[in-house]
Design a protein around this ligand. Structure first.
Ligand SMILES: [Zn+2]
Length: 379
């Protein structure tokens, strides 16, 4: 059997223990102290293997950056492994969803998204040291504290560390129960469309009113028409509100709209369409705010090259490494948009991210850890 894989298989119980410790240290995005406790736990674990620094995350927890001490001479640039320490699960979730091992899986809040990915990467770095595998690259792991809430505070740090890197490995879960890697992610944005009309009494003075609701309803039909499925561009008016009472012609109405684009170059044209919205009833006014938050991770030649390397490393272990694309965003969107080849979905294999059945497959722990180990030495 493959030397790296068998070394890791023999130590699988250590990786499981690491995952357990991570899952049992709850870290919801909106609880800075809890996230910082998790960051400290990780920092303590990696400090014998790495130089550890943290960066303030404002109202969020601290962002962690670890530079690993690895065998061999550094001569070919930097690899950035990207993850996040926060989860979507509130404190106390462990009471109803305790960490457990059953049915060939590990279960618990954040086990898939993405505490197992963090554990895999740390163990991969340990393996490189144990087996004295030479690594030509400087290897940095960055864990952001605010990924689940938009990465506003970590984005500059992510972009700075990515800009100095030749490759980015994202430790998010793979796709589906085969753990396909992610080679493309849609860009994500949002708009708020606000209509101001003119209020009046619906019975006494109907014609004096200009209904913001009626105007918004007409605009929503236009906005929904911006969707272009062939180009992988979707526009979803997901929330609407407006009006005060049924007997008042509504003075205000607004819609929150989610947008997804496959290609970055589609975003400016879509933005122009939003900005060009004009009222059908001229007595109404339209105000548009928003834009693209995460640029798309496009399947560039550099991404495909990394995928091919991962596939050939997978074959060494008798493993078929497949790829997938997704409409969801990650911090890999930011790094890919800078033109840095980014391979995503290298973390746990399982299902139920953000859901009560969140779990990872136990029998995929070793090969995922081995793939990360091999990628870091091969890139
Ligand atoms: Zn995640």
């Amino acid at each position: 059997m493959d030397k790296i894989l068998s070394h890791i298989r023999e130590r699988q119980s250590e990786i499981k223990l690491l995952i357990r410790q991570f899952v049992e240290c709850e870290s919801p995005s909106d609880d800075r102290e809890a996230v910082n406790r998790f960051v400290e736990l990780v920092a303590d674990m990696v400090s014998p293997l790495a130089r550890v620094r943290t960066h303030p995350g404002g109202k969020f927890g601290r962002h962690l950056v670890c530079e690993f001490h690895l065998p061999g001479k550094r001569k070919s640039g930097q690899i950035l492994a990207l993850g996040h320490s926060d989860t979507v699960w509130p404190n106390g979730t462990l009471r109803s969803m305790p960490f457990r091992e059953a049915d060939g899986r590990l279960w618990g809040p954040g086990v898939l998204d993405m505490k197992s990915g963090v554990a895999f990467f740390i163990f991969a770095m340990k393996t490189l040291r144990d087996l004295e595998v030479p690594v030509a690259s400087k290897v940095v792991m960055q864990l952001n504290a605010d990924e689940e809430v938009g990465s506003e505070s970590s984005r500059p740090l992510t972009e700075k560390n990515a800009a100095g890197s030749k490759a980015v490995l994202v430790l998010e879960p793979g796709t589906g129960l085969t753990g396909k890697l992610k080679t493309a992610r849609k860009g994500v944005g949002s708009y708020t469309v606000r209509v101001r009309g003119r209020a009046s009494h619906a019975g006494v003075d109907f014609e004096a009113g200009a209904s913001a609701i009626l105007e918004l309803a007409r605009q929503i039909d236009r906005i929904a028409g911006f969707t272009n499925l062939k180009r992988g561009l979707t526009v979803n008016p997901g929330v609407v509100s407006g009006g005060t009472r049924s007997n008042v012609v509504a003075a205000e109405a607004s819609a929150d709209v989610d947008i997804r684009v496959t290609r970055l170059k589609d975003a400016p044209a879509l933005d122009r369409k939003f900005r060009a919205l004009r009222p059908i009833d001229r007595r109404c006014a339209i105000e548009v705010a928003g834009g693209l938050n995460r640029p798309p991770m496009e399947r560039s030649a550099g991404v495909v090259k990394m995928l091919r390397i991962a596939q050939s490393l997978g074959r060494e272990m008798g493993l078929q490494v497949e790829e997938s694309s997704t409409g969801g965003g990650s911090d890999g969107n930011f790094t890919a948009a800078l033109g840095v080849p980014t391979l995503d979905g290298l973390g746990g294999v399982g299902e139920g991210a953000h859901a009560a059945n969140e779990s990872i497959l136990t029998d995929r722990i070793a090969d995922r850890t081995a793939l990360l180990t091999k990628l870091v030495s091969a890139l």
